[in-house]
Design a protein around this ligand. Structure first.
Ligand SMILES: [Mg+2]
Length: 336
């Protein structure tokens, strides 16, 4: 029986592993990744041809992990709620640090637009009006650690709440609710299949929160994607070509769930597969790693991979954060 603490740690570490594995391959085409690496089997340096991550050493994480950890610390600070101003400030100072380091991996389109509007004095509650890309889902894992899957409404409301400043839309809320609920179910001991099922329910509910934006139904697409890969001989090709691995929430989130359903018994293999997909594959791998890591726990991750991750990113602080997020979960559990 895997302890809950081990699963919370598994979620955040799985997220970081997927992100770091996908760092060098993000934004490349699947064909280019296959030509260059075949299937990824380990962390690699970013190649010069990668316009986003060139110059980054093997094992380094990207915005996915950084922003998830920022959100996690703010959840601790706000005892389960995130002050939108604080989130905006933290994201802007994170980006300033990235610019200082010469990184080209900066804020995504929804977050950038929202923070610009905020800086221009747009009223609270309007800045996330059009935010529909996958940034909300990529950083939402800590919300899934804090909020138990039951009652599901409370978890989905908490997701919509943290999304409001940048991703206040039906599509982004659906995608982020799916990831948070699947992580949360994993922490309570769900196997991947159950976590996926709960993620689909939460996506359906999430799509009733926020401003309407057009886009395919995230819940239906997760369900469809998992079904599609179950009978495929080349599931990764199917995910890349049909499900899609773009920035769109309705592509990246179903892609991550489909990877979890195919590599259902091994988090590290799920991360490697997702990182080999191409497209926004650091984010797809981060989400798949978080969900799978929550289900299988930290102890199931290969020790040498975790050691490489920690050596490349000495200041992540995942351990104490997981602990504090679980304390909040206990507190909420006791209050419900
Ligand atoms: Mg990234």
């Amino acid at each position: 029986m895997v302890a809950r603490r081990d699963r919370a740690l598994g979620a955040l570490t799985g997220l970081a592993l997927g992100d770091a594995l996908g760092m060098p391959t993000q934004s490349l085409s699947r064909q280019r990744i296959l030509e260059r690496y075949g299937a990824l089997t380990w962390f690699v340096d970013a190649p010069d041809e990668n316009e986003i991550s060139r110059g980054t050493a093997a094992g380094r994480v990207t915005d996915d992990t950084d922003q998830a950890l920022i959100l996690g610390r703010l959840l601790v600070e706000g005892a389960g709620r995130v002050d939108p101003r604080r989130l905006a400030d933290e994201l802007l100072s994170w980006e300033a640090r990235m610019v200082d380091q010469g990184s080209a991996d900066l804020l995504g389109p929804s977050t950038r637009r929202a923070l610009q509007l905020l800086a221009q004095g747009a009223p609270a509650g309007t800045t996330g009006r059009w935010g529909d890309t996958n940034g909300a889902a990529m950083r939402v894992t800590p919300v899934g650690i804090v909020y138990p899957p039951d009652p599901i409404d409370r978890l989905v409301d908490a997701v919509a709440d943290v999304n409001r400043v940048t991703h206040d839309t039906t599509v982004a809320n659906a995608g982020a609710a799916a990831v948070a609920a699947a992580v949360s179910a994993g922490i309570d001991g769900a196997a991947p299949a159950e976590a996926i099922a709960l993620g689909i329910d939460a996506a359906r509910l999430g799509s009733t929160r926020g401003h309407f934006v057009p886009g395919a139904d995230v819940a239906a697409r997760i369900e469809w994607a998992c079904e599609l890969v179950s009978s495929s001989r080349d599931p990764l090709e199917v995910i890349y070509r049909l499900v899609g691995t773009g920035l769109a929430t309705q592509e990246a989130v179903p892609a991550a769930f489909a990877v979890v359903s195919v590599y259902s018994d091994d988090t590290f293999q799920a991360c490697l597969a997702a990182a080999s997909l191409g497209g926004d594959c650091d984010t797809v791998a981060a989400m798949a790693g978080a969900i799978s890591g929550a289900c299988h726990g930290f102890a199931a991750l290969p020790g040498n991979a975790v050691a490489t991750l920690n050596a490349a990113n000495p200041a992540l602080g995942i351990d104490p954060l997981a602990e504090r997020l679980l304390e909040l979960r206990d507190h909420l559990g006791a209050a419900s």
